[in-house]
Design a protein around this ligand. Structure first.
Ligand SMILES: [Zn+2]
Length: 305
């Protein structure tokens, strides 16, 4: 399991928070840590662009959620397999001042006793700022090893050369920051990219695979070890998706393909019984998927502490 050594404990005493921001589990022999990057307050309409306002309002009431805006959780995963330490996404960073409660991943990673210079690989599910921004935060690049490998799908790198936002519905200030953050990421890290086409085994039992949908190069990460499995689904699903998998999200560059990808992953997870973790499900976002009539049900794991 991930253990905090003495020196790090002394450091973390200064950064200790009352509410835990990390959750550790094991998938067979793979050590997994889910770290919260914080939350992003967004208009609720963003999560259901093709729902009627009444249907969305009813769902929000049913979930005891406010009708206008709600906090999207933002989760990052760390996996250790063999000699490799792998980050799966990196949080928001500090590119965008509109989300002051997110961007906490670098300091929370440090507080968890994981030094950036021990990271051998980074997997990027897609190049939206809440997934690559942490790599652009102050001092992060300098602490990373010069030989760190950053895995991203070829289709994703290609997409951000001339990204298409025509099918998205985002708050006005967001698209330009998404464009500039993706461009900065490519500028800073192009020489470290390890580009894959359909799928790639990053470490024993750690495979990244292209799904497309949310962005053309959107990918998920499968961990499998000793008969256990966990899928980090990135932005293939949001909290509303279990009850309404057909509701489209404003951040999806291809909403119809996103729905197909989401349904495929839900069915796959319901079938194989593996664990699901997703970027924007409530922390620690570790659970399973069950079929529930025409929709699905999220079954959180019992906090093992
Ligand atoms: Zn996201």
């Amino acid at each position: 399991m991930f253990a905090v050594d003495k020196a790090e404990r002394a450091v973390s005493r200064h950064t200790e928070e009352l509410v835990p921001s990390r959750y550790a589990l094991q998938v067979g022999e793979i050590d997994v840590l889910i770290v919260s990057d914080g939350v992003l307050p967004l208009p609720t309409a963003t999560m259901a662009t093709n729902a009627t306002p009444d249907d969305l309002a009813n769902w929000l009431d049913y979930m005891f959620m406010p009708r206008d805006a709600f906090d999207w959780p933002l989760n990052v995963m760390v996996a250790r397999s063999g000699a490799q330490t792998i980050l799966v996404d990196t949080g928001l960073g500090s590119q965008f001042s509109g989300f002051p409660r997110a961007g906490q991943f670098p300091q929370r990673l440090k507080a968890a006793g994981i030094a950036l210079d021990t990271v051998t690989d980074v997997i990027i599910t897609h190049m939206h700022m809440d997934h690559v921004g942490g790599l652009l935060a102050d001092g992060v690049k300098e602490q990373l090893r010069p030989d760190v490998r950053i895995h991203v799908a070829a289709a994703e790198v290609e997409f951000w050369d001339a990204p298409d936002f025509t099918q998205t519905v985002m708050p006005t200030p967001v698209p330009p920051v998404l464009r500039s953050t993706a461009a900065s990421f490519l500028k800073e890290y192009r020489s470290k990219l390890r580009i894959f086409k359909d799928q790639y085994q990053v470490a024993p039992g750690v495979v990244v695979r292209l799904t497309g949908g949310h962005t053309p190069g959107h990918s998920v990460v499968d961990l499998t070890s000793e008969g256990e499995r966990l899928t980090f689904a990135g932005d293939a699903m949001f909290p509303v998706a279990f009850d309404h998998p057909e509701w489209q999200n404003g951040f999806e560059h291809d909403p119809e393909e996103s729905t197909r990808v989401r349904l495929g992953l839900f069915r796959e997870l319901a079938e194989n019984g593996g664990l699901l973790v997703a970027s924007h499900l409530p922390f620690p976002s570790v659970g399973r998927v069950a079929v529930d009539g025409d929709a699905f049900r999220y079954v959180p794991v019992i906090w093992d502490f």
